[in-house]
Design a protein. Structure first.
Length: 228
């Protein structure tokens, strides 16, 4: 089975996802700088075409929205989504801060994205990950989220799991539950995690990703017309 493609969130680079990508023999695809989900998906679509078979897409936040859009266009093995909702509002104050982002801005965002109990080293890692992107990337990505209009999925929805952080301050639990319902997704809440469960609760996220990969593998082996 082809390794997963990992799609980071708004303004994110590859470093935070690298440990899980290596563990699952996957690749991290930092989202290109663009101001709409469709435009980002257009540029990422080539990564799917280079895979020998449809991959499982792992997406956090904006990466989850891009993964859903890609799955609407072409077959994928499955969707593993984190910290995403059917509605995903972005406050004007947040967008304004992102447009003139400084190291201090990234520090505030890191604090918001991780659980209060997160190791200080993780906060530094998140700040560095944001800072490594081209200036303006975060603002463009947040604009893409703000202006995105969600669409119902197609009839052939792949196996899907949605991971929600119980302390997520960016996406409400209600919006995450609604997204899971519309996608027919398995819903998992990690109570003490925030907007980046794959950072502050990496092992737990890895466990759930293993379970989804096992489901995908079982379905691929099942004879046509037989449920795994």
């Amino acid at each position: 089975m082809t390794g997963p493609l990992f799609l980071p969130g708004a303004g994110g680079g590859a470093s935070l996802w690298a440990p899980l990508a290596a563990r699952f023999d996957g690749r991290v695809v930092p989202l290109p700088r663009a101001r709409s989900v469709a435009a980002i998906a257009d540029q990422v679509a080539g990564e799917l075409g280079r895979a020998p078979e449809p991959p499982l897409l792992v997406g956090n936040s904006l990466g989850a929205l891009v993964a859903i859009e890609l799955a609407r266009r072409d077959p994928v093995a499955g969707l593993f989504l984190l910290a995403a909702g059917w509605e995903f509002p972005v406050a004007d104050s947040v967008l304004s801060a992102a447009e003139g982002a400084t190291a201090r801005t990234f520090a505030r965002i890191a604090d918001r994205c991780l659980a209060p109990t997160a190791d200080p080293d993780l906060l530094v890692a998140v700040q560095r990950d944001f800072a490594d992107r081209e200036p303006g990337t975060l603002a463009d990505h947040l604009t893409a989220i703000r202006d995105h209009t969600a669409s119902d999925p197609g009839p052939q929805q792949p196996p899907t799991m949605l991971i929600a952080g119980g302390r997520d301050r960016s996406v409400t639990l209600r919006d995450q539950v609604e997204l899971a319902g519309r996608l027919g997704a398995m819903f998992v809440q990690i109570p003490e995690s925030a907007h980046m469960p794959f950072v502050d609760h990496r092992e737990e996220v890895a466990l759930w990703l293993e379970r989804l990969l096992a489901i995908v593998a079982a379905e691929s082996r099942a004879p046509a017309g037989v449920e795994a």
